[in-house]
Ligand binder design. Structure first.
Ligand SMILES: Cc1ncc(COP(=O)(O)O)c(C=O)c1O
Length: 376
C-alpha cells in the first residue's frame, strides 16, 4: 500500500484559486475570433509606450542588463523609486511576484508555527488560501456583498490569531471600509497580530480621498499595506506588486522571500510605471466614466449593480451566475461568476474600453430583459 502523507490530505481540503478564463482558451473552445475579456480586472489602457520602449531596450540587452542575467534580487532600484513616490525608506518596501505573493509571504511568516488567520467572508480568495497553505486555520468573519463588519473581525480574534487579511477595496464585492474603520482596526487589533491591508485598487480613487492604511505605518509595527502593478499600472502579465511596512517587519518577511522573486523586466517596467502619475490619472478618469456608464445601462435593464471601488462591478442575476456566464461565453464575452465566493447569483464584470462594454451589453441586455435581474 502506498504510504500517505497527512500534509497532502490537508492540501486537498484547501480550495484551488480559479483564475479568469484566458482569451485563447475561449477562442479555441468556441471557435470565435473576437473575444471580450472582462474577467480579471485588468487595465485595458496600457501599458504605456514609455514602458514598452524600456522593455524593448532591456530585451536587446547590454553589459549590465538582459534576460540572460539574474535580476537584482531585492529589486533595489524599483524599491527606491517606490519609496520616493510613497515617502518611505527603501527598507520599508518589499516586492512580490504579484502582490499575491506578498500575501503568501505574510502568511508564511505569521503562521510558521500554526495559529489562525481572520479573513472576512467574500474576500479576495488568496487571503484564505495563503493562510491555509502556510499551515494556518482560517476564521471567516461576517460580511455581505455590500458591507464588511470590522467589529466582527475584532470580535473573532482568538489567543492563537496571528494574521488578519483585509482587502480594501475588496474584490469581488467592491466594498471599501472608511478611514475611521481602518484606524479603529489598526489601533484596537492586538499588537502581535500581522494586519495585511490589501489596497490593489487604491489608485482608482482620487489621491487624498482613499483611506490609505499606510498613514498608520508609524503607529503599528505589524502592518503591511499592499499595492500591485497589475491594475492601474497595467502590468498584470509581468507579475509584480509591492508591500509597505515597518523596517522590522519587512526584515522578517525577507526571510521568507525567495531570492530573485521578481524578474528584471517586471522591475524595470514598474520603475517607469510608478513615476507616471499622468497615466494613472488618465486611467482613473476612464474608469470613472466606464463605471457611470455601466450604472446607467444597468438601470435601463433594471439590473442590480453593486461595488463602490476598483475597476469592476458586481451584478446580481436572477438565475445562477454560472449559467449566465456560459450564455455570455457563447457571445465571446468572458466575465466571472462568483459562486466560488459564496455569491451564487452574482457576476463580476471588469470595466473595459467603451467598445468592450458595448459588446458586453449587446450580449447581456437581451438575457436580462428576458430573464430579469436580481432586483425584480
Ligand atoms: C484585492 C486583490 N489583491 C491582490 C490581487 C493580486 O494581484 P497581483 O496581480 O498583484 O498578484 C488581486 C487580483 O485581482 C486583487 O483583486
Amino acid at each position: 500500500m502506498a504510504a500517505t502523507n497527512p500534509a497532502f490530505d490537508h492540501l486537498q481540503q484547501i480550495p484551488l484559486y480559479v483564475p479568469g478564463k484566458p482569451i485563447q482558451e475561449v477562442q479555441r473552445e468556441m471557435g470565435l475570433t473576437r473575444i471580450v475579456k472582462l474577467a480579471s480586472n485588468e487595465n485595458p489602457w496600457g501599458p504605456t509606450e514609455a514602458v514598452k520602449a524600456r522593455l524593448i531596450e532591456a530585451i536587446r540587452g547590454s553589459t549590465t542588463e538582459g534576460v540572460g542575467l539574474y535580476p537584482v534580487s531585492d529589486g533595489f532600484y524599483l524599491r527606491q523609486a517606490i519609496a520616493r513616490r510613497k515617502g518611505v525608506e527603501v527598507g520599508q518596501v518589499i516586492l512580490g511576484n504579484g502582490s499575491a505573493e506578498i500575501i503568501e509571504m505574510a502568511a508564511k511568516a505569521a503562521l510558521l508555527d500554526g495559529g489562525s488567520a481572520i479573513v472576512p467572508k467574500h474576500s479576495f480568495a488568496i487571503g484564505a488560501i495563503a493562510a491555509q497553505t502556510a499551515g494556518g486555520r482560517v476564521i471567516e468573519t461576517p460580511a455581505t456583498a455590500t458591507e464588511v463588519d470590522v467589529e466582527g473581525i475584532l470580535r473573532a480574534v482568538q489567543p492563537d490569531t496571528r494574521m488578519v487579511y483585509l482587502a480594501n477595496a475588496n474584490n469581488p464585492t467592491g466594498v471599501r471600509v472608511n478611514k475611521d474603520a481602518v484606524a479603529h482596526l489598526v489601533r484596537i487589533l492586538r499588537e502581535d497580530i500581522l494586519l495585511v491591508v490589501d489596497q490593489a485598487y487604491a489608485e482608482y480613487e482620487a489621491p487624498g480621498a482613499f483611506p490609505d492604511a499606510a498613514a498608520f505605518l508609524p503607529e503599528r509595527d505589524k502592518l503591511i499595506v499592499l499595492h500591485t502593478f497589475s491594475k492601474i499600472h497595467a502590468l498584470a502579465g509581468l507579475r509584480i506588486g509591492y508591500g509597505l511596512g515597518s523596517l522590522a517587519l519587512l526584515a522578517m518577511l525577507e526571510r521568507v522571500r525567495s531570492p530573485f522573486n521578481t524578474n528584471h523586466l517586471a522591475q524595470i517596467a514598474a520603475e517607469v510605471a510608478i513615476q507616471d502619475e499622468a497615466f494613472e490619472a488618465f486611467c482613473r478618469e476612464k474608469n470613472t466614466e466606464a463605471r457611470e456608464a455601466f450604472g446607467a445601462e444597468g438601470e435601463k435593464h433594471r439590473c442590480k449593480v453593486t461595488g463602490d471601488a476598483g475597476n469592476f462591478l458586481l451584478m446580481e442575476t436572477i438565475f445562477p451566475a454560472p449559467e449566465f456566464f456560459k450564455d455570455l461565453l457563447q457571445h465571446g464575452v468572458i466575465v466571472r461568476p462568483m459562486h466560488g465566493y459564496g455569491l451564487p447569483q452574482h457576476l463580476r464584470v471588469s470595466l473595459g474600453k467603451p467598445e468592450d462594454m458595448a459588446a458586453f451589453w449587446k450580449a447581456t441586455g437581451p438575457l436580462l430583459d428576458n430573464h430579469g435581474c436580481g432586483c425584480c
